[in-house]
Design a protein around this ligand. Sequence first.
Ligand code: DQA
Length: 147
Amino acid sequence: MRKILILNGPNLNMLGTREPEIYGRATLDDIKTLCEQKAKALDMQVDFRQSNHEGTLVDWIQEAAKGRIFDGLIINAAAYTHTSIAIHDALRLLSVPIIEVHLSNPKKREKFRRFSYVGLVTKHVIAGHKEKGYEMALEKIWSLLSR
Ligand code: DQA
């Protein structure tokens, strides 16, 4: 069965109460449940994680690169999207499909959110669909893996 790693960056543990007008009302636990259900329907498995720490996210990406146990990666690097060369470099170690996901559409927000270091590594970006974007990302990865 295909296994997908889903990584979430800083402050996403605060979803539900964090700026709901921008990010929606779903908590990270709600999103995890949505992802597990969607993955099951697509005959895949997910490993869903969140960290506020850049180095931990780098470690997890390296784990995926070295272990070869994951068939794809979905990443919402949150604020690190716009700042982290370390996450960018780690993502370059992967040979599996990568989908960048955002709840909001950073390109339509403040200028400092327009650039993405993650976007330099993948052309697959889903943004602005709130929690539904994670389900869309799973569908996308499923279709990329089924080609
Ligand atoms: C975000 C967008 C980022 O700009 C922001 O820093 C986040 C969340 C999103 O999902 O819309 O923390 O990645």
